[in-house]
Design a protein around this ligand. Structure first.
Ligand code: COA
Length: 148
């Protein structure tokens, strides 16, 4: 992801999340040390989806992952997750962690299909009403990187 993608990513954020990141917030993470932010584009360079995570103490904390609504259910989410776990492995991270709304069966199914395990609940995390499920994926740190 570069600042050139920020407007398109912000448009998807706005359409998708109750508390979307602004174009400015998105532009600020592009190229920032310790942040991994990647987009999936179509052949015209239009943004179909994206993810970002911060590396904190050897783990990746996922900020967001989303696919543009009109192209969901076509495998782009899986492609982004494949890329996310690949970059985490490449950077020698120990794990990836994220929070997701308990009602978000689609995202939870996606994470679980990549081996993420539920590791706790943050009560009323979203707008003081809905619980967040905390997920972790053991990436394996540098040992995993050496095996590949
Ligand atoms: C979650 C999201 C990124 C998935 O992207 P996508 O491109 O639609 O997903 P894919 O087509 O790659 O499907 C991947 C997997 O998601 C899961 N999935 C998809 N729809 C599902 C559903 N209705 N119920 C359960 N799991 C579902 C499945 O595991 C599916 O794999 P399968 O097709 O082999 O069964 C997308 O729906 C999205 O942007 N949602 C809004 C943003 C969001 O909720 N982000 C997560 C916040 S933590």
């Amino acid at each position: 992801m570069t600042t050139a993608h920020a407007a398109a990513v912000a448009a998807i954020e706005k359409h998708t999340f109750a508390e979307p990141w602004s174009e400015k917030q998105i532009a600020e993470i592009c190229g920032k040390y310790g942040v991994v932010a990647r987009v999936c584009e179509d052949e015209n360079g239009d943004v179909l989806g994206y993810y970002s995570y911060n590396t904190v103490c050897g783990d990746g904390y996922v900020n967001n992952i989303a696919v543009r609504e009109d192209v969901r259910g076509k495998g782009i989410g899986k492609q982004l997750m494949r890329d996310m776990t690949y970059t985490a492995s490449l950077y020698g991270l120990n794990g990836l962690t994220l929070e997701v709304r308990s009602s978000n069966v689609c995202a939870r199914g996606l994470y679980e299909s990549f081996g993420f395990k539920s590791a706790g609940v943050r009560k009323k995390f979203y707008q003081n009403t809905e619980d967040a499920i905390i997920y972790w994926l053991d990436v394996g740190g540098n040992d995993n990187f050496k095996q590949n």
